[in-house]
Design a protein around this ligand. Sequence first.
Ligand code: DX5
Ligand code: ZN
Length: 227
Amino acid sequence: MTLPIKIAPSILSADFANFGAECHAIEAEGADWVHVDVMDGHFVPNLTFGPAMCSAIRPHIKGTMDVHLMIAPVDPYIDAFAAAGADIITAHLEAGPHIHRTLQAIRAKGKKAGLALNPGTGIEAVEYLADMVDLVCVMTVNPGFGGQSFIAAQVEKVRRLRAMLGARPVHIEIDGGVTVATAPLVAAAGADVLVAGSAVFKGGSATNPAPYGANIAAIRAAAEAAR
Ligand code: DX5
Ligand code: ZN
């Protein structure tokens, strides 16, 4: 299954005082999805946004709001993120004992369900969840912070995952350390959605958005050339 390459800038690297304008800027500059990293200071060692912030930026996003929940527990917050306007809600396999129930709950809200895997987690569990997910997010850094280095051992995981998913139209999303140098590795292995924070936002701002466009175009071109 070859799905078109999508670039999903992570607003973790945006100007936190200016999210509305930053969302307009990245979409105008070619972003396919807007990736929102929700962190709880417990599942990961950092704190970011909650559902109120997602509601606040939703009117500033024309396309897909891709919400990555790095929180535990997840289930008590699914309704709130759905009501906040998330299009995709991704939960971590490692966040609790009942990921199957979590994915069911996300789909029951009419949202696309994503399953995220930490770098140390294998793909075996996906075999039993493959028909309940719209997206599998392969973390290519340990979640919690932007600007970390890509973990190259995850490329083989992507290749095995794409083979396991077969003809299913499930997105494989890569999150962490995506650059023009690493995007080709994961695109060749079968990934189609590339989250990028620092590599998209570097050099630009909401009032000088052209670098965002150049960065997005460069990552996309590198990924497409590798397929
Ligand atoms: C990490 C987050 C990522 C992060 C990516 O926990 O899930 O989305 O923002 O940032 P970069 O692209 O800078 O590695
Ligand atoms: Zn993320």
